[in-house]
Design a protein around this ligand. Sequence first.
Ligand code: M6R
Length: 594
Amino acid sequence: MCGIIGYIGDKEKKKIIIEGLRELEYRGYDSAGISVFSDNELHSFKTTGKLINLEKKCENFSSSGFGLAIGHTRWATHGKATEINAHPHSAEFSNIVHNGIIENYAILKKDLEKKGHIFLSQTDTEVVVHLFEENLLHLKDSTLAFKETIKALKGSYAILLITKKENDKIFYAKNGSPLIIGTDGSDIYFASSSTPLIGLVKDVCYLEDGEVGYMDKNNFKSLKNIIPLSGTKISSQKDGYRYFMEKEIYEQHKVLQDTISSRILEDKIELNLPKDFLKDINSITICACGTSYHAGLSAKYIFEREAKIKTDAIIASEFRYSNPIMRKDELFIVISQSGETADTLEALKLANKNGLKTLAVCNVENSSMVREAKYSLLTRAGIEKGVASTKAYATQVMLLWILGIYIAEIKQSISKENIKKQIKNMNEAIKATMINPKIHDRLKKLSKRYLHGHGFFFIGRDIFYPLALEGALKLKEISYLHAEGYPGGEMKHGPIALADSELFTISLMPKHLLFDKIKSNTEELASRDATICAISQEIIDIADDMVLIDKFDSYMEEFFAMMIVLQILALEVAIRLGNDVDMPRNLAKSVTVE
Ligand code: M6R
């Protein structure tokens, strides 16, 4: 989604901004721009498409000495992905970049138009810079004018503004969208996520909602909650893989080891989560979006089966406006790779407001959700660059499984033998994510038979139903083919009407969970001429195609093995179709608007 970078200092500003934006590239965008303020001049460059276009556009520009700079990658919300709609937006003598959505922009715009302001873009952002200049006209003080401007805004925003009236300050405001300020001890850096700041700065401040002000080279210390920025720059190489997504699929067995490390011992589970916090809970609500929601839905099956605790998994955007009933004895879990997804974050805030016990299962340390939740558990997947989530999902499911057994132990709803068995299965499940090259080859060959038709059903039962949802989502995200996930038993209640030979059914058929049931459901489809591709460790006679996984002793091992098959199948279909696997059309890695 949109990305922001800002800089105050003496270094080559264009370079710093573009390198920062490049670190945010994987998050998805459709246009980009920068503004540099030096020698009393504002220089702006904007383009549609990739950063390389922006680099070309400003290749002859450089600035030396002290100055200010802001940059932006835009994922269109208001107005198409055109050069005019790209940020920074300008009024007469000021430029602005903005992440988020200004909900009341239309009223503000009308008002400003009456006062003679002329707008060039279709964006909500452009009104903010005009409003600032209008306020400055009356208030004669940039800081007051900026604060007055921010007061008038409704919606979510992370904003940086530079103006020719102040040659050493960048104005900032944050509400709902992340914004970080960092320093190396001398220069000042801004970014909408910590990734571009790693290696550049020593200390950072994650701004809180409602913070508004200006930053120059001397007032960093006045910020609240300054903390050191840990972490080392990870390799942004594909290491011989064709796409980051492929690399991330292959990394899963390794990151899963990190997820379990120091958390599962031979016969018990240790989580950095006080037992008192979980002791009195009587139900669990899980809130998340997209793939993280699918991980949450899997957890429902585990929590209810092992911990015997009533669990609901709800899509965050649905939860927020449904006047949900919230009980104080309820554990409220949010799941998120980024920790910044707007709907999930707002659901978490709502739960906190209502006094629930809140827990974030998240991949990003210091993200908004980790800071907002009472407790958090990190999934330890490492930075995930592919927009289509793979290793983050695997680590979420694993961590939630661990949590389920931990809660079961606290609630005394699980025997010592079963804990041991679960731990053994967890270790085995990680082994099941080691990719057998023969299976990858098989999927590569198979993928050419699944490029046409009028759609895909992914079916599964029990915990394999959310896995079917996830398989369908992976395929549609990167191949743009229509795919739906269904519980196997639901097909005859309507969807089976679509069955014919051009309707491809990917059936998840674990030997160790409801095998006969899913077999019947698959047969029902086969007998209506649907093309069946079965994923199983058993040979399935009625299938047109088969992906045979290795022999496993538990259904969770089969779960993780099938997860790999679904990810690779989506990858290979998308590659054959010539799509940009890592940055699929219309999608963003981190969805910070609702
Ligand atoms: O960062 P989050 O886990 O909160 O993101 C939630 C979804 O936007 C995300 O899982 C999305 O569905 C992915 N593109 C899935 O591959």
